[in-house]
Ligand binder design. Structure first.
Ligand SMILES: [Zn+2]
Length: 260
């Protein structure tokens, strides 16, 4: 069986073009900015239709990402609002724009979940004993609103044991680059997760915050993988909302379970 430790194998002709990995039978992908056709400030592999990029360029970028393995074509795309709502996708879920929710989960092998990111934290969840899992989107708002906990609780409500759940915290803005205001510091402090989440420069560690939230919701510590890839530190690989001052493209996160 493959595990979260397989995360990080490059796919496609350009190793900087994206990452993929497996959690049991769940396949995870993350695409960056390399290998597309969009012009600045969306250069080049922008996958979002909601950042004023040319629709034809986004369509070509999605086609190119699909040709390298990321399942853009038949995906259900989360409509993200920085909340903590979870939506379940059943066998009748239509591809294209999906429910308005920052957490999309499914028990359907073959169904593809997609979301776009540019610093916010992607969190993949998957059980090793049942086909249950999905993808969460957590910036600081989603983090303090409890996206990670809501996602884990929804998975556990399907009857899978907590010790069977794996989680991956994917490429997103790291504590190296994420200076926040006092209101964010206060909101994180209200989670009561212990010290060490904000440093003296007021840099917030969203990875560790979400790691502790996942663990508190029931995921064993040894089953949580933090990839440690900072989107702001790697302009050659990733779009970063913070680094680019808000005008930039979007990275892509994907989840799909293989049939048994
Ligand atoms: Zn960084």
């Amino acid at each position: 069986m493959t595990s979260a430790r397989d995360w990080g194998r490059p796919w496609g002709p350009d190793p900087a073009g994206g990452w993929s990995g497996w959690l049991g039978r769940a396949h995870l992908w993350f695409t960056g900015r390399v290998g597309g056709v969009s012009a600045p400030p969306f250069a080049t592999l922008n996958l979002s239709r909601h950042v004023r990029d040319l629709p034809a360029a986004v369509a070509e970028n999605r086609r190119r990402a699909a040709s390298r393995g990321a399942p853009t074509a038949d995906a259900v795309w989360g409509r993200l609002i920085h909340g903590a709502n979870v939506a379940w996708l059943g066998p009748d879920a239509a591809t294209g724009p999906g429910p308005v929710a920052d957490g999309l989960l499914t028990a359907e092998p073959g169904l593809t979940i997609a979301m776009t990111f540019a610093d916010c934290v992607p969190i993949w969840l998957a059980s090793r004993v049942a086909p249950v899992g999905g993808l969460l989107h957590a910036g600081w708002r989603g983090t303090v609103r409890g996206m990670a906990r809501a996602g884990v609780e929804a998975v556990l409500a399907r009857g899978v044991p907590p010790e069977s759940v794996d989680a991956v915290i994917g490429p997103s803005i790291g504590p190296c680059c994420y200076e926040v205001g006092p209101e964010v510091v206060d909101a994180v402090a209200s989670l009561d997760l212990g010290p060490g989440l904000v440093d003296a420069r007021r840099h917030l560690d969203l990875w560790e915050t979400n790691r502790r939230l996942l663990h508190r919701a029931g995921v064993p510590e040894e089953r949580i993988l933090v990839t440690g890839l900072c989107t702001a530190c790697h302009p050659e690989w990733f779009f970063s909302h913070r680094r680019e001052g808000g005008r930039t493209g979007r990275n892509g996160g994907f989840f799909r379970m293989d049939p048994a």
